[in-house]
Design a protein around this ligand. Sequence first.
Ligand code: ZN
Length: 506
Amino acid sequence: MNDITAAIAGLKELDETVTRLGHVAALLEWDQETYLPEKAIEERSNQVAMIMGLHHEKVVDPSWESLFVELGYDGGGGPDGVDEIDNAFLRESYKRWKKKAKVPKRLVEEMARVTSISQAAWASARKADDFTAFAPHLRKVLDLEKEYALIVNPDADPYDTLLDEYEPGAKGDEIADLFDGLAAGLDDLLRKIQSGNRPPSSFLEKPYSVAKQNEFGKIVQQYMGYDTHRGRLDLSTHPFTTTLGPDDVRVTTRYDENLVLSGLFSNIHEAGHGLYEQGVGRSLRGTILADGTSLGIHESQSRFWENVVGRSRPFWNKWYPEFSRLFAENLETVDVGTFYRAVNQVRPSLIRVEADEVTYSFHIIIRFRLERALLAGDLTVEDLPEAWRESYRDLLGITPSNDADGCLQDVHWSVGLIGYFPTYALGNLYAAQFTRAMENELGPLGDLVADDRIGKVLGWLRKNIHSHGRVYLPGELCRRVTGAELDPGYFLDYLNAKYSEVYQPS
Ligand code: ZN
């Protein structure tokens, strides 16, 4: 073993411990969200804090620095002769070590303390519809996030530094341009849709048995290729996907008797995330590279299955006979075309998580513009509610009558997730662009679904996206897979084609 190989092996050994501690913490947190008895919460918080403390110690262990020095590695290109995967390993582990080692413990603790208070303040402010009660907390969070960003990278725009945590390499200015194009295209489409016929959908408002929803959800997850021998499905208040080890990728969902689509699509959505994690290549197992390369790419996988496949006509042609048999009491007189159109109804609404495929991105564009202005100091926290109302009026043509349904609706800002929202919309854009690349190779997706060749779809995703984990940064992955930079045109083309059929002009 030469010096370079020995140093990289030393780094990998450190990383293995970090990864394993992360999985242990994830298991404790998964249990907390699913089965933990309510009185056990305090002890559980202490357990998680202890493991995360050990995790942090390992991440900033002095051996990282000495091994990087030994390699002469400073975040640029790796030493000669190092392969692509080891290069990516050095890039990612160096980035993590540098960031964690740079940020003073005082600030880490302060951020944890302030965001936990702020989240509680947000929850009660939302309940009471009282933005002024939340405002001082939001100010503190923004100040701390900015301080953090300037410590991590004093030369960069703080927003870009925060964005980089979730979408490595992305820049606020580039996203602003992408979103301007997206907003203009969506605006045209929404006008066309609003002048078309609204599909009937009252049959969706009836009660649907939760047990049968669960039965159908499991069948669909299996159809997608989600491996229940390397994962499982449970219930939680907020659906999520978590990785507890290379062969343990779990998903959760929730069911509501009165919201049948919400449960079904959250099943499909989370299984889409789960497939990404289950598909990471064997050579990356148990390392920092065994993860999605960004939240935007992760979201592209969940939304591909949820929207591009799960809300498509060929999918329902295949599954509606079974679905309508399970829920015959509600669907006996509803044909598949009517059901498909109801699943895809478009209606501007105030609440992001309830938005349809067409209007969803507007909710994100609004949050992106506002959080950027807040962080830059171009918008004061005091003026946020009014700016929110104005944005909704401009982009969606509706205005919330209270802040609970306005700027208080999401938890993200209260816990310091600034720069996180854009990844949701980027996921839609990536999904559409990847779909085009897939179709260029395999033929129309609708034919693959109709001909029961869904395994080919997963195979393509595995080969082109999942197997690479974090080896490629999102921008590079997009170029490799599609031959082009991220472009909202693919998403707009997809929506225009689909919705001109769903909403025929009146
Ligand atoms: Zn998701």
